[in-house]
Structures are given as structure tokens and as C-alpha cells.
Design a protein around this ligand. Sequence first.
Ligand SMILES: [Zn+2]
Length: 268
Amino acid sequence: MFTFRRFTILFFILLMALNLIHFLGCRFDWISGHLCSHTYVYILILFGLYLGISVAMAFVIRSNFHHPAISKGKTTEKLCALTFDDGPDPENTPAILETLGRQKVPATFFVIGRNLEGNELILRDLDAGGHLIGNHSWSHANWFDFFSPHRMRRELIRTAEAIAGTIGKSPLLFRPPYGVINPMLNKALKGLGYHVIGWNIRTFDTVNPEPEKISQNVLRKLSPGSIILLHDHVAGAPGLTDHLIRLLKSNGYRIVPLTQLTQTESYA
Ligand SMILES: [Zn+2]
């Protein structure tokens, strides 16, 4: 697998090779030409590629580049899972819960720790309704990806403690804020035992919450094992959820718990 660790080793091998070429090959005239007169340009290009690819891959959760993440279930059956990020929302989440209950469909809610205060009852209702609760950091701050590993780790532990204090179970499912995994988050996650969960269908409900457009987008990308990313704080989320569930069902899909789809545990 193409991982950050392997990429870094390859980078250093290439860097050493360029230096060897410059200091031995070129100096003793074993080789000559453009490579010798422009070695530093090649080294700069190499550095640029290393940084560029490392940063770009942090935004592709499915790449498993900085940390393994599950973005799709392994199945040939028409099964999929619904996930809601950034809640709980005092208005939308109970309405979504009601829709899920009516449609008899399970979902996973990746909650933000600081949103829990005052919404504890909603979290208990989600749990009592058979839905799963996952960790989505404490602050979901705009600058979260620039935090130190220590600060990120504190956020994850604080959120897990808040969830455990409310429903009596500590989550094992984690979704990174913005779906970004960088080397700091990789370090922060060490030893915490989380299953990092991505998605393979992004609904873009925060950009355009129009149910018809979202549904067409989902249908285009839908395949067995799909994990669908939604947000419960978005205006119109309950209506969209209802619309989407009907569409999935009418296309022969069964919505199952995320842990069943990904063969993971939800709580420690
Ligand atoms: Zn989020």
C-alpha cells in the first residue's frame, strides 16, 4: 500500500541518490550533463513533490495514506450505511431520529463534543433508538488540522468521556473533522483503538441541500457497501433523510448499521 511512511523512505532514498550523483558521479566525471549542472533544481522539485503529495493525500481519506480508514464495506450485497456528522443539533437531530424510527433504519452519528452540552437527552434517545454514536472531535475547529498531536488527542479523549458520561459507553468509531488525516492526527490516534471511518459517497448537503440533486448524486455513486456522508445540522436534513431512505429502498438497498457493514465494534 502507498503509505506516508513508505513514501518518506522513497523520498529519502531518492534524495540520497541525487546527492551521491552530485558529489561522486559528477565530481569524478562518471556522469555529466544537465543532471550535474542542475542537481539542486532536481532536489527542490523532489522536495516540492514530497510536500505536495503528502498534503494532497491528507485530504483523500480513502487513500489510507496517513492512517488506515474504512470508507466502504466489503460486500457484494446491496447494503449501505448512513452517517451523520457535526451534531447533535437540537432541532434537526430529533426530527431525523423520528424519520429513521418511522422508516426502521439505523444510522451512525459522529458528534462534536462541545455540541453535547444541553443535548444529552438527544444523545440518549439516539442510543436508545439503536443508532450508533461516534467521535468527531471536541471543537471541530477550523484550524483543527494544524493542532499538535497532543491537542488533537485531548480533544478525542474529552469527547469520548462526554459521550461515555451520557450514554455509558465509550466510542470506538471516529471520523476526522473535514475528513482530513495528517501526520499529527495519525500520531494523536496512536493507542486509542479507534476505527477511523471515512465515506465513499459525499452528498455535499452542506453546499446544496436540495434532495433531488443529492439523490441523483448518491444514485450515481451507489454500490454495495457504500457509506453515505450526511450532516444533521443542515437545514432540511430531516426531509432529505426521508427522501434518501425511500430512494435507497426503492433501488433494492438495505440500510444496515455501520459496524455490520464494516465489521467493526462501536464501543469499548
Ligand atoms: Zn464534520
